[in-house]
Design a protein around this ligand. Structure first.
Ligand SMILES: C[S@@+](CC[C@H](N)C(=O)[O-])C[C@H]1O[C@@H](n2cnc3c(N)ncnc32)[C@H](O)[C@@H]1O
Length: 227
């Protein structure tokens, strides 16, 4: 009887903890402030409901760690959608008093994102712009410590060309849906990143993956073959 009860308790623990189903247990930093608690409550309430091409929790957390780890203050996001990645980025920036500019061309998603930023308590850290990033990004003065590129994939190289000179030395360009062995535009983009002098690129994440490129020195030129 005692063995049966122990097994039942173990099964109950595995099911409720997510270990039994193989689901990743969501990670979030322990709240240290009222804002942390508000962001956590918001993310908890929306977990599983991000259906507008949004990043996963794991990708959001990876960016949070990069930004907090480097104490970045000035960030740009290309492709807001409804704001999931923007919330992770702005939450990290709230630790350093930084600010995020995020851009989307779709009015409906932009408006949803603005409402989500407000509900998460992060609106003061975010400048959400509605418009075409093809025009807005080259016109932004920078500098940026952190850029997240997650809009139209066929424009990735153009976005990188526009932002790399504006990223501070030691800063970082993260691009979504980039993986090793990728073909077509994905493969060409990764080859481009690896060809840029003084840019150190690694890949993180499962599934779509993300490239993480740190800028070591001022990137002055566009590599041969990409002019
Ligand atoms: C993959 S979704 C972004 C997801 C978001 N980063 C997140 O994780 O919550 C890509 C977004 O890029 C936007 N987009 C596509 N082309 C664009 C352009 N030229 N300018 C601005 N936004 C664009 C789309 O409207 C879409 O909302």
């Amino acid at each position: 009887m005692r063995t049966f009860l122990s097994l039942a308790a173990l099964a109950g623990f595995l099911l409720t903890s997510g270990a039994w189903t193989g689901e990743a247990v969501p990670w979030q930093p322990a709240p240290q402030s009222d804002l942390d608690a508000q962001v956590r409550r918001f993310l908890d309430s929306r977990r599983g409901y991000w259906h507008d091409m949004n990043v996963s929790d794991a990708d959001g957390r990876a960016m949070f760690d990069i930004i907090v780890g480097h104490k970045y203050k000035s960030a740009l996001e290309i492709g807001t959608s409804t704001g999931h990645s923007g919330i992770w980025i702005a939450w990290a920036l709230s630790k350093s008093g930084g600010r995020l500019i995020t851009i989307d061309i779709d009015r409906y998603r932009h408006e949803q994102a603005v409402a989500n930023f407000k509900a998460a308590g992060l609106a003061p850290y975010i400048d959400a712009r509605l418009g075409d990033a093809h025009e807005i990004v080259p016109a932004l003065p920078g500098p940026f410590d952190f850029v997240f590129s997650d809009a139209d994939k066929e424009w990735y190289i153009n976005y990188a060309k526009a932002v790399l000179p504006k990223i501070s030395v030691g800063g970082c360009l993260v691009t979504h849906n980039v993986s090793e062995g990728g073909w077509g535009r994905n493969g060409e983009y990764l080859r481009y990143l690896r060809s840029v002098p003084d840019l150190e690129t690694t890949l993180v994440g499962r599934g779509g993956g993300m490239s993480v490129s740190y800028k070591k020195e001022a990137v002055t030129g566009v590599p041969e073959g990409y002019r």
